[in-house]
Design a protein around this ligand. Structure first.
Ligand SMILES: Nc1ncnc2c1ncn2[C@@H]1O[C@H](COP(=O)(O)OP(=O)(O)O)[C@@H](O)[C@H]1O
Ligand SMILES: [Mg+2]
Length: 560
């Protein structure tokens, strides 16, 4: 566990955002500038109008060019600053998200499938994706506003201190109360109902989606009315916590308004004394009072930031729990460098899952010479996938050894082993992003030409090129915008880009129609050409690619 302890989510996010720190600072500085321009605009205007009125009453002339120009300048600064700030923060957010996805894929790969396949729900990856996307909050709604609030509070405090320490203290107290204490109290009070709400909402969303997807089956075999009643009941369950949250929010904002009014009042009362003592002028009093009023804008962004932090933290925790858990396979203390030959040797490999008494692999021995293709058939549950789990170091061996190019995988790090292998399976996942981004997961620096070459070799380029947005086509949730054959061939293109010397195909044509199967098989032929390959399949078409076919049964090889 790399990230443990109380603030592990925060530390992880900070480490992750380090490359974008410059962007974040620029965004926060701009946000501060906008806030201050806003406050100054109101304060200068107040001073100006009062000074003009007093000058009118007293019949004296004042220089109105400078303040008028300042007001115009501040207004322009505010608008231009806001625009620039949006530009920069959004750019930074996109960069951060892209980096996060990359990071996550790199860290997810070592875990799949050992951990992922046993987590509930096929929606796991889309939930993870939602979690990753919600991390953009960290920057847009949490770090930037918090930093801007802090900076502008300090600067505003300095300004007030120059005029009157008393006012500065009153203002600071008001800002702290309204920006930090009250929101924290509201947050704490709403913690329970908030959690209930998040869970209830997620459950309802999942059940609704499931109901819609399975509507045909439900209508044919089940009782749709009963299902609808359940949905309605769950919907009603949401209302209670929602009402409580709304009450808290409303209460919090009422109290905050009161605090700002009292702060403002306090500053005026203090200011009147100062005017009477002739320490400040009337227009200056108006200026300071309006300054005090406007200053609350700086902390108005904090309550939503606190709230966003609660959600973001949950998302970050889920991702960390998944990625950062203790590895199932212990890494060597002194990992050896990657071998340069790529023949595979399984030597009396025994593997047993904790939940079962019978070993999934029972002293299996098998040799795949470099550049040869061995196919494995066998009934479901006979241990075929376990063989690849063992090779990829997803599961530890009870006994025996696996050697790549003569080098025991015990002495290789998991990342080294997996770096040597490309896997295409029935469940190969495409992320809900563009085709290009999915391909670049295998090789981030691949040029467009290289992507095209890989897609061509995978026999899917013509179809991708026919999409209006070509390589930039979004594949959709669970690749729903592609056919099964298309997404399988895009996954093959990704494996081609990885250019690994060892290829593992785990039922790669399962669930495809005959035409797609033919296209995918052709693509696979190009993928395995010249590489050491293991093919797990029953499909006669695929089996023709193999130099040797073996059969497995109950964790043993039954036919050579
Ligand atoms: N992670 C796991 N935990 C417990 N049992 C497992 C796990 N993975 C597979 N098994 C069991 O091990 C046996 C072999 O599974 P598997 O290698 O997936 O077979 P195949 O790929 O040939 O269908 C099966 O009995 C299966 O139920
Ligand atoms: Mg299997």
């Amino acid at each position: 566990m790399k990230y443990a302890g109380k603030y592990r989510e925060l530390r992880w996010l900070i480490v992750l955002s380090r490359p974008y720190l410059g962007w974040m600072l620029a965004g926060a500085l701009l946000a501060t500038g906008v806030l201050l321009a806003n406050v100054a605009l109101l304060a200068v205007s107040g001073w100006f109008i009062t000074a003009m009125a007093l000058a009118g009453l007293g019949g004296t002339a004042i220089n109105y060019f400078t303040p008028a120009a300042a007001i115009r300048g501040l207004a322009i600064l505010r608008t231009a600053g806001r625009y620039l700030e949006r530009l920069i923060t959004h750019e930074a957010t996109f960069k951060l998200l892209a980096g996060l996805r990359q990071w996550f894929f790199e860290h997810l790969e070592p875990l799949a499938p050992a951990r992922l396949q046993y987590l509930p729900g096929g929606d796991l990856l889309s939930r993870i994706r939602a979690d990753i996307d919600s991390l953009e909050n960290a920057y847009l709604r949490i770090f930037t506003p918090a930093l801007a609030a802090l900076l502008s509070t300090i600067l505003m405090g300095g300004f007030l201190l120059f005029w009157s320490p008393g006012m500065a203290v009153i203002n600071l107290a008001g800002l702290l109360l309204a920006g930090v204490f009250i929101p924290l109290i509201v947050l704490r009070a709403g913690l329970n109902s908030g959690q209930v709400l998040v869970q209830a909402r997620a459950a309802l969303r999942q059940r609704t989606a499931e109901t819609v997807r399975g509507l045909a089956e439900l209508t044919l075999f089940g009782n749709p009315q009963q299902r609808l009643d359940t949905l309605r009941r769950e919907n009603n369950d949401l209302i209670g916590p929602q009402r409580q949250q709304n009450r808290l929010d409303a209460g919090g904002s009422v109290i905050n308004t009161l605090i700002s009014q009292f702060t403002w009042l306090g500053m005026i009362v203090l200011g009147i004394g100062l005017v009477q003592a002739q320490r400040i002028t009337g227009p200056e009093l108006v200026m300071l009072a309006l300054f005090g009023m406007a200053s609350f804008e700086a902390v108005a962004i904090l309550p939503p930031a606190f709230r966003a932090w609660g959600e973001t933290r949950q998302s970050a925790r889920r991702i960390l729990d998944l990625v950062d858990a203790e590895p199932i396979v212990i890494e060597p203390i002194a990992p050896q460098p990657a071998p340069t030959r790529f023949d595979l040797c399984f030597d009396a490999v025994t593997l047993r899952y904790p939940s079962s008494a019978k070993p999934a692999l029972d002293a299996i021995s098998l040799v795949v010479p470099q550049g040869q293709i061995v196919a494995i058939r066998g009934a479901s549950g006979s241990g075929k996938t376990s063989l690849t789990n063992a090779l990829l170091k997803f599961w530890p061996l009870v006994s025996g050894d696996i050697r790549i190019g003569g080098q025991s995988i015990h002495d290789l790090s998991g990342n080294t082993v997996r770096g040597l292998c490309a896997v295409v399976s029935q469940h190969t996942h495409l992320f809900n992003t563009s085709i290009a981004a999915n391909l670049r997961l295998a090789r981030p620096d691949a040029t467009d030409d290289e992507l095209v070459a890989a897609l061509k070799a995978a026999a899917v380029y013509a179809e991708v090129a026919a999409f209006p947005r070509g390589l930039e086509t979004e594949v959709g949730e669970a690749a729903t915008r592609l056919s099964g054959g298309q997404s399988r061939r895009i996954a093959i293109a990704r494996a081609l880009l990885k250019d690994a010397p060892i290829v593992i195909l785990d039922e790669p044509t399962e669930g495809l129609d005959a035409a797609s199967e033919q296209a995918v098989t052709d693509a696979l032929r190009r993928l395995i050409a010249g590489r050491t390959a293991l093919i797990i399949s029953h499909r006669p078409k695929l089996l023709t690619l193999a130099n040797q076919i073996i059969r497995m049964d109950q964790g043993r090889i039954t036919l050579p």
